[in-house]
Design a protein. Structure first.
Length: 194
């Protein structure tokens, strides 16, 4: 199975991707996690990405497409994957089409999480609060002002990715406002039909 999870920041893509990994035994390919790891390890990609991510902007297409092409070629992605946070722009979606067609592979579904912007802000503030209470460092981009920039980037560059997949008959919307277990159930129902 090859899936894309699409939606605004804080919509629950990462949360549901982990549940899908547990349920289906396929890998989660999260560009956010890969970029944060590159930043932690101080790699050339990490050095280029850090400032952009901290500011809540999108990392350049060439960097992100580069890391995804390398990752998708790994043996553990051969039997399927869940793309979480990629593609975030139409050029990224077009690059993914190219990568998959070279491998003779197809996407099974693109699941779009629908969540109101007010709810997104509330979730991010809560995540920051819980992280602080655990004594762990809070993600710089979970600051309320920077989160606004992330939402703007989503509205400007990522919102157009859903129609791209709708035109190809792959898009299925899920109500991401509901509790985590209910969203998981809704996704499971969608996957029974693909
Ligand atoms: P990401 O790591 O993808 O961050 P995200 O959008 O906040 O994650 P997600 O939607 O997965 O939210 P989560 O499940 O954690 O990106 C971070 C940055 O990396 C970007 O801003 C950008 O700079 C860069 N980047 C990544 N990919 C890129 C690309 N392709 N191109 C360019 N740049 C890229 O959920 C958030 C919170 O809500 C959690 O605390 C969770 O517990 C809670 N939650 C989730 N579902 C819930 C539910 N149903 N009910 C209640 N709470 C819920």
């Amino acid at each position: 199975m090859r899936l894309i999870l699409l939606g605004p920041p804080g919509a629950g893509k990462g949360t549901q991707a982990q549940r899908l990994v547990a349920r289906h035994g396929i890998v989660q390919l999260s560009t956010g996690d890969m970029l944060r790891e590159a930043v932690r390890n101080g790699t050339p990609v990490g050095l280029r990405a850090k400032e952009v991510m901290d500011a809540g902007q999108l990392v350049s297409d060439d960097i992100v497409i580069g890391i995804i092409s390398d990752r998708i070629d790994q043996p553990d992605a051969a039997k399927g994957f869940i793309l979480d946070g990629f593609p975030r722009t139409v050029p990224q979606a077009e690059a993914l089409d190219g990568l998959l067609s070279r491998k003779g592979q197809k996407l099974d579904a693109v699941i779009e999480f629908k969540v109101d912007q007010e709810k997104l802000v509330g979730r991010i503030l809560q995540r920051a609060q819980e992280t602080r209470e655990r004594g762990e460092p809070v993600r710089k981009d979970d600051d309320p002002e920077i989160f606004k920039t992330r939402l703007e980037a989503f509205n400007r560059d990522t919102a157009v990715v859903a129609p791209y997949y709708a035109e190809r008959g792959l898009l299925v919307a899920v109500d991401g406002m509901r509790p985590i277990d209910e969203v998981e159930k809704a996704i499971a129902e969608v996957l029974e039909t693909v």
